[in-house]
Write a protein that binds this ligand. Structure first.
Ligand code: 13P
Length: 243
């Protein structure tokens, strides 16, 4: 039984002060949520400690937006697994398309990050997805398969989340059609060969499309950017309903 993971990726948004205000609005809106889903927030590193205090006594779990493979060392700007564990972080996003694009993050580095997360008892959320041009050229499946296979190499698929995030759907308002997102999520699970692999969809997820996405057989949750920044809209997403 795959328990869906509903995750909000705050990206480079939210100060500590704004995080506290957010949680004061958000927590009452999810207090009746059932235990059939995980609710995860990935704040920027500077707000993790604040969030860790805010979520005590709630069902919310924390994710980082990245993780390094060493416990310490001369790696300016990186954050290590033991630093995250100190704040009760449970998940680590790796391989998001933004660091892939802006910082040339490679599949090899992403894989090292995923292995490091698992070695420390954290669950990596490995992001994959094709660009507009790759989809138009008919290369989407090949690109995604390479990212999945290289990103997950040597990991235990039972304790990993894959987030299928087509780049053309991120922050554009263009959601991938639910049946196409479902098809790709199913393919990813098949390629990995693990029936219990959790596969999320991400890209312009909103209160208006969450119920349809979560009704799909192969979509086990969502990774939400923009709509997770508003407590009311993320609460609606967390409270998704399926028929
Ligand atoms: P949006 O929900 O803003 O499209 O962002 C998706 C995303 O990149 C989540 O990681």
């Amino acid at each position: 039984m795959r328990k869906p993971v509903i995750a909000g990726n705050w990206k480079m948004h939210m100060t500590c002060m704004a995080s506290k205000d957010y949680m004061a609005s958000f927590l009452p809106l999810i207090s009746d949520i059932t235990n059939d889903r995980h609710i995860v927030i990935a704040p920027p590193f500077t707000a993790i400690s604040t969030l860790a205090d805010c979520v005590v006594g709630s069902s919310i779990e924390l994710s980082s937006q990245n993780i390094h493979w060493e416990n310490e060392g001369a790696f300016t700007a990186e954050v290590s697994p033991i630093m995250l564990l100190e704040h009760n972080v449970k998940y680590a996003i790796v391989g998001h398309s933004e660091p892939r694009k802006y910082f040339s993050e490679s599949d090899e580095q992403i894989n090292k990050r995923a292995i490091s997360a698992q070695a420390h008892g954290l669950i990596p959320i490995v992001c994959v997805g094709e660009s507009d041009e790759q989809r138009e050229r008919g290369e989407a499946e090949r690109v995604i398969r390479r990212q999945v296979e290289q990103g997950l190499e040597g990991t235990d698929p039972n304790v990993v989340v894959v987030a299928y995030e087509p780049i053309w759907a991120i922050g554009t308002g263009k959601t991938c059609a639910a049946d196409e997102a479902n098809r790709i999520c199913g393919l990813i699970r098949k390629w990995v060969g693990c029936d219990d692999l959790i596969v999320q969809y991400g890209g312009s997820v909103k209160p208006g499309n969450i119920d349809e996405l979560m009704s799909m057989s192969d979509i086990d949750g969502v990774l939400v950017g923009g709509a997770s920044l508003d407590p009311k809209s993320f609460a609606r997403i967390a409270n998704y309903q399926t028929n």
